[in-house]
Design a protein around this ligand. Structure first.
Ligand code: OOG
Ligand code: NI
Length: 463
C-alpha cells in the first residue's frame, strides 16, 4: 500500500484521545462535570487575561487546549508493558522518563508515553502515565505466586488489536479504515470491567497487602484510572470544585501559584466506589480505584532549574515536618509560597539564569529590521529590543513527588507502605524492551530548533 494512504500517527492519537474521553465520561460521570468546570475556567482566563490568550495563540497551544489530557494505567507484567509500548507506538507515543515510586511506598515504577516532537505535540499532546507493578517488592511468597498466576492467565489485548499492531509495524502505517478499527479495539484494553477475576477472599488478601496490587491483579485489564484535563488556573478549579459537588484532595501538588507557571500543578478528587462481582458471587462487592484529576502546566525546567525546584520542594516539606494533608494544608500553602520566593518569577530572568526552556519567536518589529545594519544580534538584546519574543516551553512530563501524592490520596492515607528506595531503571527498560527517552534532551532539542527557525526568519548570522 502506498505510504500516502496511511493516517498520520498523530491523527490516530488525537482520535484515540477523543474516544478515551468519551468512554471515561460514560464510565465516570463526574469526569464530565469536571470537564465543564475546566471549560468555564479556561474561557474566563482567556477573556480576562488577553496576554495569556495571545501567548497560547502564538505557540499554537490554544488549539490543543480543549483536547489536552493525560491518562494513567497500571500493568502487571513485563509482557503487558512491552505490548502496550507497541500499541502506543502506532499512535506516535514513545516512553519518556523513568519514575520510581517505591520510595513513596507504591510498589510500581513508571514512564510516560507521549509524542516527542513539538509539531506532533501541537496536534495532540495526549500522554499516558504507565506503571508496572513490582511483584518482587511483595514479601509474602504465596501472595506473590497468586498474583503471578492470575496475571499469567489474563489477556489484556484483543486479537484484532494485536493483528493491527503487527500490520502497522510491518507496513509502516495504517489506512483510515484500519486506524478507526485500531482505535476501537485499543479502547477495550482500557475499559473498566466490573467482574473481578478473583474470589472475594483472594481480593481481600491482595488488597490487604496493598490496595494497588488488588487493583492491578484482580481485574481483566489495566482500566484507565483517571483522565486529566489541563486548566489555565488550577487555584480557581480547586476553589470551584466543592460547589460542583466534587471534593478535592487537601493540597495542590507541585510548585505554588506564580505569575509564570513552571512544571506542573495537580489536584485530584477521591476515587469512586464501584460495584464489583467477585468470582463465584453476584454483585455486591466494591473496589475503589478510579478518580479525577486536573492539572496546570507551565515552563519546562533545565537541569539547573529542576535542581532548584527539587531543593525548594524538599525544604518546604522539611519545614512542614510531615506529609501535606487536610490538617496542615494552609500551613503547607504558606510555606510553599515563602520557600519558592527564591525561584525567579520572570521568564526572561529564568532564561538568562538557565532555569527554564523557552521558545524563540520572531516579532513583526524583528522581521521589519532584517536589513538594518545597526540591529542587535544577540538573543538578550534582540529580546530587549522587541525583535524576538520568548514563550515558555510547556512541560510535557510528570513529577515523581506529585505522582506519589496523587497515588496516596487515592489509596487512602492509611495505605502508607515502606519499600525503601528501590529505583531499577534497567529492570524497567528490560521489561519495556527499549530505553526510555531523556525528557531534558527533548526540551533542549525543541528549544534549539526554535532558535534556529527564529534566526533564519530574522536572517541572523550564526548565533
Ligand atoms: C498514576 C498517578 C500519577 C500523575 O498525574 O502524576 C499521575 C496512577 O495513579 O496510576 O497520574
Ligand atoms: Ni495523573
Amino acid at each position: 500500500m502506498p505510504a500516502h494512504d496511511f493516517v498520520s500517527p498523530d491523527r490516530i492519537r488525537a482520535q484515540f484521545s477523543a474516544a478515551m474521553s468519551l468512554m471515561y465520561k460514560e464510565e465516570v460521570p463526574l469526569y464530565g462535570t469536571l470537564l465543564a468546570l475546566v471549560g468555564e475556567v479556561n474561557q474566563q482566563v482567556l477573556a480576562e487575561q488577553p496576554e495569556v490568550a495571545e501567548a497560547l495563540r502564538l505557540t499554537g497551544e490554544i488549539e490543543r487546549l480543549d483536547e489536552e489530557r493525560h491518562g494513567a494505567i497500571r500493568v502487571g507484567t513485563a509482557e503487558e508493558l512491552a505490548t502496550i509500548a507497541r500499541l502506543f507506538a502506532v499512535m506516535g507515543m514513545q516512553p519518556v522518563g523513568y519514575y520510581d515510586l517505591s520510595s513513596a511506598g507504591v510498589p510500581v515504577h513508571s514512564t510516560a508515553f507521549r509524542a516527542v516532537h513539538e509539531d506532533a505535540l501541537r496536534i495532540s499532546p495526549f500522554r499516558v502515565f504507565t506503571s508496572l507493578l513490582r511483584l518482587e517488592l511483595i514479601d509474602n511468597p504465596e501472595l506473590r505466586e497468586l498474583a503471578q498466576s492470575l496475571l499469567a492467565k489474563r489477556r489484556i489485548f484483543t486479537e484484532q488489536v494485536l493483528t493491527l499492531i503487527a500490520q502497522c509495524e510491518r507496513d509502516g502505517g495504517l489506512n483510515a479504515a484500519d486506524a478507526e478499527c485500531f482505535v476501537e479495539e485499543a479502547l477495550h484494553t482500557f475499559r473498566w470491567h466490573n467482574e473481578a477475576t478473583v474470589t472475594a477472599e483472594h481480593y481481600r488478601q491482595l488488597h490487604d497487602q496493598h490496595r494497588l496490587i488488588a487493583d492491578v491483579v484482580a481485574f481483566k485489564g489495566p482500566h484507565i484510572n483517571h483522565l486529566t484535563p489541563r486548566t489555565l488556573d488550577i487555584d480557581a478549579i480547586q476553589a470551584g470544585m466543592p460547589a460542583k459537588g466534587i471534593a478535592p484532595k487537601a493540597v495542590i501538588e507541585g510548585p505554588p501559584t506564580r505569575r509564570h507557571p513552571i512544571l506542573l500543578r495537580q489536584t485530584s478528587f477521591k476515587a469512586l466506589q464501584e460495584n464489583v462481582a467477585f468470582l463465584g458471587e453476584g454483585d455486591g462487592g466494591s473496589h475503589t480505584a478510579r478518580f479525577g484529576e486536573i492539572e496546570q502546566r507551565g515552563a519546562a525546567l533545565t537541569p539547573q532549574g529542576r535542581q532548584l525546584y527539587d531543593r525548594l520542594l524538599d525544604a518546604t516539606r522539611a519545614a512542614l515536618g510531615g506529609v501535606p494533608a487536610e490538617a496542615n494544608a494552609e500551613r503547607y500553602r504558606a510555606l510553599l509560597a515563602e520557600t519558592f520566593a527564591a525561584f525567579p518569577d520572570d521568564l526572561e530572568q529564568m532564561r538568562q539564569e538557565h532555569l527554564a526552556f523557552v521558545r524563540y519567536l520572531p516579532t513583526e518589529r524583528g522581521l521589519a529590521a532584517r536589513g538594518d545594519a545597526h540591529r542587535p544580534l544577540r538573543w538578550g538584546e534582540l529580546i530587549k529590543a522587541g525583535h524576538v519574543r520568548i514563550e515558555a516551553l510547556v512541560y510535557e512530563d510528570f513529577l515523581p513527588v506529585s505522582a506519589a501524592g496523587i497515588f496516596q490520596s487515592n489509596l487512602g492515607d492509611d495505605a502508607q507502605a515502606h519499600y525503601g528506595s528501590n529505583a531499577n531503571r534497567e529492570a524497567f527498560e528490560a521489561a519495556l524492551q527499549m530505553p526510555v527517552q531523556d525528557e531534558l534532551a527533548l526540551y533542549a532539542q525543541t528549544e534549539y530548533r526554535s532558535m534556529q527557525a527564529c534566526a533564519q526568519a530574522l536572517d541572523l548570522p550564526n548565533l
